[in-house]
Write a protein that binds this ligand. Structure first.
Ligand code: MTE
Ligand code: MO
Length: 262
């Protein structure tokens, strides 16, 4: 039954995405030039809206597959930013992230800032999942962290909130184009999904810098670029309009699908 449902879902997605395949981007390198390609972006935006509605209708609240310890074959391959050099990040790293705070604010009743020790003392979840990067590689790894739903309960989300935005430390801009801080986002369904965690542990150890220390998001039903690393602020919003390119993520602003479901 599940396999059958999965197959028809993939078929539908295949149809929805067919027009896109020739535009599919190769990966996680820096493709700043794409920001100018208005026509391609509009085409993708229309197809993305369709994909989102189909996926939300068919995927419901299903869990991403989880794996056994024996299926962890290698360390999580670092990709994208691996060693952020922003002054704020370097200062925190120099002190072993003792002064790190995760800010949770925006459309919430009670904005909060959590230390790593506080996060460690909250309920935790550990899951072994597969990370799929659009560059065409996958890694199975064990992630430990605080369920995002728990963090949201601490701040009391206001009814107007529609999306959760993850703000990161790393700047992928250059001096000519100005700053371009990595950011990502998800809807409230993924935010409240049981496998969505703010992860501080990887394969039984503290999350390494290369994989997003001290805190990164795992939103397990989505592609690699949705898994924001180096997160310092979680903001509840009702729209992306105010943020950078307005498309809800660093790669989305450069043409990638926002939902990015797998
Ligand atoms: N802050 C930040 N998060 C990021 C990225 C990045 O460059 N910066 N790259 C993304 C991409 S494309 C992938 S595949 C994964 C890689 O995570 P990993 O380094 O733990 O494998 O992180 C995602 N999250
Ligand atoms: Mo990726």
């Amino acid at each position: 039954m599940t396999a059958e449902r999965d197959l028809s879902r993939r078929r539908l997605l295949g149809l929805g995405a067919a027009g896109l395949s020739s535009l599919t981007l190769s990966g996680c390198g820096r493709l700043d030039f794409l920001a100018d390609e208005g026509a391609a972006r509009n085409l993708m935006a229309r197809a993305n809206g369709l994909t989102y509605r189909i996926q939300r209708a068919l995927a419901g609240n299903a869990l991403a597959p989880e794996y056994a310890e024996t299926e962890i074959r290698q360390g999580q391959r670092p990709n994208g930013s691996r060693d952020p050099d922003s002054p704020a990040y370097l200062a925190l790293k120099a002190k072993g992230f003792a002064d790190y705070r995760l800010v949770v604010d925006g459309l919430v009743q009670r904005p909060r800032a959590f230390s790593l020790a506080e996060l460690h003392n909250m309920p935790s979840r550990t899951q072994i999942t597969r990370h799929d990067c659009v560059e065409g590689w996958s890694c199975i790894a064990k992630w430990t962290g605080t369920p995002l739903s728990h963090l949201l309960d601490q701040v009391q989300v206001l009814p107007a909130a529609r999306f959760v935005v993850f703000h990161c430390f790393d700047d992928l801009g250059n001096t000519r184009s100005g700053p371009a801080l990595y950011y990502e986002s998800c809807d409230m369904i993924d935010a409240r999904h049981p496998q969505t965690i703010a992860a501080y542990g990887l394969n039984g150890r503290a999350l390494p810098v290369a994989n997003g220390a001290p805190l990164r998001i795992r939103v397990e039903r989505a592609l690699g670029y949705k898994q924001a690393k180096y997160v310092h602020r979680i903001e509840l919003v009702d729209s992306f309009a105010r943020l950078w390119g307005g498309k809800g993520g660093y790669w989305e602003d450069r043409g990638y699908d926002w939902f990015a479901g797998i």
